[in-house]
Write a protein of this length. Sequence first.
Lengths: 164, 542
Amino acid sequence: MFTSLLLCTHGTAGAQYAEHLVFADLCVKNPDLNVSVLTIIDQDWQNMTGDDWLNSSKTHTKFLDHVEQQMQEENEEDWQRIKATYPAAEKAQFIGVVGKIEQTIAQIAAKNSNDLIVIGPYRESRRLFNLKMEKGLRSRIKPATLHPLLPCPLLIAPVCSITG
Amino acid sequence: MAQAQDNKPLFILSGLMIIYALIASSDVLHPLMKYLHTAKTADLQVSMGFICGGVGILGALINSVRKPGTTIIDRFVLQPLPGILLILVMAMAIRWYVEPVVKLISQNLQPVLGFKIYKVLNLNYVILGLLAGVLITNTYGIPKFAAAGVKCARFVLKMGVIMLGARYSFAELAKLGSYSVVLVGTFVLGTVFLVLWLGKIFKQPKTMTGVLSAGMGVCGVSATVAVAPVVKAKSEEMAYTIGTILSFGIICMFVFPTVGHMAGMNPVQFGAWAGTGILNSAQVAAAALAFNAVDIKTLKVAEIFNITRVLFLPIIVLVLATWFGKQSGQKLTFKEVVIDKFPIFILGFLLLFAMSSMGLFSPPTHYKGKFIDYSYNERTQVTEKEWEALNGAVQNNTLQGLKPEQLAAVKDLVAQRQLAGNYESRADKKLFNKQGQERMFQLESILAAAKGKVLTLDKSVKGAIHHAIKQVHKKSKTVTTLTDCMIWFFAFGLIGLGMQITKKAIFQAGGWPLVMGIISGITKATLSFFVVLWLVKDVVLK
């Protein structure tokens, strides 16, 4: 039914359910499925300089360049993990974009003419009390923002046991 | 026409300011202003309304008739103008309406709660402004038209610090400088090494401890932003560290002034403690103004400590770069690490200090004691605590032995909260000043009688009268104008910076950075509190 699919992941436990659904289930059932893996570098990193007023704009730019470079490296590692875990991922197209999460998902899906978007399930964040640190920014997809922008159906992957 | 549409917010804001100025100038608002105790600022409210509204209309007209360009005027004046005006409207509304209303509500709630909320939380216009900024950005969001103006807050705050340079003497700068170098040096290096040590104990990566040590030790988010690329911090390390520092800083902003008041700290001690113990430099300024927004003693001390910390930043970056460079084998140039990180605005601060010290702002006739300014201004008022002491003495009839004219002068001081002429005569400067002089003579005679043991005065009442007299002795009009502008610059800057603190950034806090941040932050704040109380004595401040 679906031929082109956009998988949104940033490597968290929730996103890994979506990866599993796409590569261990949907791609196995439909080997011709065209998958694009989208990892977004959250534009809100720009707001992470908070109330800093001492540094020059040059230092701010250098910080944001470092964040982008770092995120790209971390995304690359994540993509390698996906490729190593799921053989079906070898054929997938991997895309890294800087932008607002909801708008970027909708824009890329429209641009690629995807007919299905897959994201991970809601997962309670225990960032404050968990000593194990999670990559990147703590960020949530806001359904109220995303849903009106969607160019195609959205599938939220169910929680499942991941065996690889 | 399309361009005029783009300028709609600017036209509306400017129009509102002019309409407000017209209403305020017609005395219609006088009863309300009197009720809110802001009637003395009526003239300033009218002037600011007309001037800012006029500039706004002019800017909107220019923006409407010409295409937006990339010239300096476009980038630094015309584009940010709507945002600047929005923050100014907020600053004016908070200073003249929100703060007095919060005070009135707090006073009315006192019988129920047993304390005044605005006193416990230090809810003056500075803190309220910063909170308003945080609230707007995290609810409605910064309006698109104001985005460029909000970014100006950083520049405006730097201008405020530069202007503050005119308020120091050589003696003060030398004394405060020596205190700050010793305290900041000890606590900056101490905290940096404490975090690095904690990192080793908790087996945390050096990239994380490097970025956290700079943030916790030097100047919060600013140091984190400067150091992260140098130590090649990972994304989660930056996010968790910034979240931890922002959360800790906001809590400190409320806790420090309350603890300072409870511990009976003087302005110098509090400024030194805030300047050493609070992580983010913007929150140091906010806490100093929260402790005392009437005069700028605390701010003067806190900013010297802030500047010293900022000067330590390149040194810490150099130390961490060397430490990290050894780990990774990468080489960083002296320019990359030190020159690029040097805060240039400090040169402006030193320039203003040098100009002021050479007497460029203070002609010989304007030296202390020669120039008296009775004009209505928050700067010339007694503090809230002093006012309460005076009011209590008048209400409880404890001012025994005073002549009727002396008592009348004290009662007027209570009514007006400052030494001044009659409110009704404010338009006639000569008469107004004469009335002020007569009152000052009566107040000085009270102090002389108390000194000669002719009458007995409570220490707090004596201190309040002494301060009221001192408040109207000004160095020069130029310095006074610079100080007034500076206070507005700080209020503006802190609202704008509040607008840049998002809940998303705060909620990044957690993990090992939070554990290590809490340990090092509380250790630094507690130790510096005792060291400041022990070492720092009052310094003569003008």
